[in-house]
Design a protein around this ligand. Structure first.
Ligand code: ATP
Ligand code: MG
Length: 452
């Protein structure tokens, strides 16, 4: 519930010193020039998704809490302790919705696909990008608002779609210039196979009960598979000696796994089987996989996913197989930075130097025409005084903007129906010589000479 504003808040004198407001812990502002890296990544993803025929889906950030409890599983880190949930205000009947800010997007995608019956005419390939929210301990590569890009293929059961998704991720790493990654895969089999393994797994952990931490004790009978996912180094030995799920798989599950491996091999994608890879969410079966790197410290997983053939039905939809992955945008960008990969920052093509305010109007019309022709132009604007600033200060701004050209809207040029175009890069003498006059009434004739 919103607290009432106190009189102290509303009656403060405008001159009283107000406390500085800061962002919420674990939630980051993404500022220029860094935001250009985000746009660059998003552009690459959009283009690539298009080539693999994945289409964009956008679901709300707020969902009913029950969606994630059912979709992700009650006994998971996310649902047990990481969700941002609250009671909405009561409606006119006094009923309140219990809402949660999405901690991941797969459950919402499945809800939307079911709600709108998207699979009525066959399988669908979808992708999303956006913020997710988890109340974790903030540290490098782990935030409370973070961003995922995800791809989901719903309605397809064969290993070729698992492979397609992995190939898509590998193609993305290539486009982004990322080389320091490895792929781990595993198969979680089918529910019956897991049931048999579960019995043996519980027996193993019961035998070594003194080696388990509190969390493992708590999960022993509710979700023993998740104990394998523990990051507690003290439990390494008891986890490594545990029975392996892969040894319980039947021939069909193994054939699916082999089918995937064969396609990866044929496409020269290196993989290793990690029998302890179980994933943090409950809904997976058959294929699971993670792309990891050693260059990001403890938060080394950059992309993770798997098959979730039972989730649609579990969420009240018609049963349909599905598979997907999600990558952590912050971690991928950090890895790009670690590798020293440079991203071209966006700078304007030209900077408009406007010595006198009386010439702003005609200058702006020219800038409109240039921008319509695809040129990026930064206009000189007054800071706080009535004056436009000296030519010297305007040129300093032009230089600082990174633009390659200055457009000089001086009174004498304008009187002749022209603007002066001055190259800002290269040595001074060269630039002075290369300065040209261009007609204002035919912008299209020279606009292309400014475009990078
Ligand atoms: P982790 O084991 O690192 O906690 P997870 O299994 O919880 O990851 P998923 O739910 O599979 O992660 O999310 C997919 C990807 O999203 C992760 O591989 C990671 O790159 C990224 N990610 C997950 N949680 C965070 C977070 N709190 N901050 C930044 N990125 C995250
Ligand atoms: Mg996690």
């Amino acid at each position: 519930m919103l607290e009432k504003l106190t009189s102290a808040d509303t009656e403060k004198s405008p001159l009283a010193k107000v406390e500085k407001l800061t962002a919420v812990k674990g939630m980051n502002d993404i500022l220029p020039p860094d935001s250009a890296r985000w746009e660059w990544l998003e552009e690459k993803v959009r283009s690539l998704m298009g080539r693999y025929a994945y289409r964009n889906i956008r679901t709300p950030i707020l969902e009913h809490t029950q969606l994630f409890v059912r979709g992700i599983g009650e006994v998971t880190d996310i649902v047990e302790k990481e969700m941002y949930s609250f009671d909405d205000r009561a409606d006119k009947y006094g009923d309140r919705d219990h809402l949660t800010m999405r901690p991941e997007n797969t459950a919402s995608v499945v809800r939307a696909v079911t709600e709108h019956n998207l699979l009525y005419d066959g399988g669908k390939r979808l992708y999303y990008m956006g913020p997710m929210f988890r109340r974790e301990r903030p540290q490098r590569g782990r935030y409370r608002q973070f961003h995922q890009i995800g791809a989901e293929a719903l309605g397809f059961s064969g290993p070729e779609v698992d492979a397609e998704l992995i190939l898509l991720a590998a193609a993305l790493w290539k486009e982004l210039g990322l080389t320091d990654w490895r792929l781990e895969i595993n198969s979680l089999g089918q529910p019956e196979e897991r049931a048999e393994h579960r019995i043996q797994l519980i027996a193993h952990f019961e035998q070594h009960a003194d080696a388990l931490d509190d969390e493992a004790h708590r999960r022993l009978y509710t979700n023993p598979l998740r104990i394998l996912d523990s990051k507690n180094p003290a439990m390494k030995a008891v986890i490594e000696s545990a029975p392996r799920l892969i040894d319980f798989l039947g021939s069909q599950s193994l054939a699916h796994f082999d089918g995937l491996k064969a396609i990866l091999d044929a496409n020269s994608i290196q993989w290793t089987v990690n029998p302890r890879l179980v994933r943090g969410l409950d809904y997976y079966n058959l294929t699971v996989f993670e792309f990891m790197t050693d260059r990001l410290g403890a938060q080394g997983t950059i992309c993770a996913g798997g098959r979730y053939d039972y989730l649609m039905e579990q969420m009240g939809g018609k049963a349909a197989p599905a598979v997907g992955w999600a990558l952590g945008v912050e971690r991928v960008l950090e890895l790009i930075r670690e590798q020293g990969e440079t991203v071209a920052l966006s700078v304007p093509d030209a900077y408009a130097v406007i010595p006198e305010a009386s010439n702003l109007s005609v200058a702006l019309q020219t800038l409109q025409a240039l921008r319509a022709a695809g040129v990026s132009v930064q206009m000189h604007a007054r800071l706080s005084t009535e004056e436009m600033g000296t030519m010297k200060s305007q040129f300093k701004k032009a230089d600082g903007s990174g633009a390659r050209f200055a457009l000089i809207f001086g009174a004498s040029e304008l009187a002749g129906g022209c603007v002066a175009v001055k190259p800002l890069r290269g040595d001074k003498a060269e630039a002075a010589q290369a300065q040209t006059l261009q007609p204002l009434d035919n912008v299209l004739a020279w606009a292309h000479t400014l475009r990078s």
